[in-house]
Design a protein around this ligand. Structure first.
Ligand SMILES: *[C@@H]1O[C@H](CO)[C@@H](O)[C@H](O)[C@H]1NC(C)=O
Length: 134
């Protein structure tokens, strides 16, 4: 009896709240004001650069470390099915020249899932297509 009731209630909640039934709720992008001092944000920036280097390495036969992470200077977050982070990252290239990159990382903490969706030099952001299946 109690079990049946639970199932009925759960099903009902399922109709009322799409969030708990797998439909993706996409929130607004919000600025992370303490990005420069936010340890998690800085870790994500480092992750983005490492992932980018790793992928570059796979593409050109492992040319070593292409970029060195300096810091995330600006960040925004957005609730998707997980959290999406938009990061503006400062890094230095092989010749030690400072460059800015824009990057998108998605995190699903409950799955220990972290993925780099986008990484490119900031100077070309006007052509940025936010390709995402989220
Ligand atoms: C990154 O910088 C660009 C250009 O200054 C800006 O338009 C964009 O909003 C910034 N992104 C983030 C996540 O702060």
């Amino acid at each position: 009896m109690a079990v049946t009731l639970t199932i009925v209630v759960t099903t009902l909640l399922c109709f009322l709240s799409t969030a708990s039934c797998g439909r993706v709720i996409v929130g607004a992008k919000t600025e992370i004001s303490d990005a420069r001092t936010n340890r998690e944000v800085q870790e994500l920036g480092k992750f983005a650069v490492e992932e980018y280097n790793y992928k570059q390495g796979l593409n050109n036969g492992g040319g070593g470390e292409a970029l060195k992470f300096v810091e995330v200077v600006e960040a925004q977050q957005q609730v998707v099915s997980g959290m999406k982070y938009y990061l503006n990252i400062s890094a230095t290239d092989r010749s030690g020249i400072h460059r800015m990159f824009t990057s998108v990382v998605v995190v699903k903490p409950w799955l220990q899932y972290k993925k780099l969706l986008h990484f490119e030099p900031l100077s070309t952001t006007h052509q940025l297509q936010h390709t995402s299946t989220m």
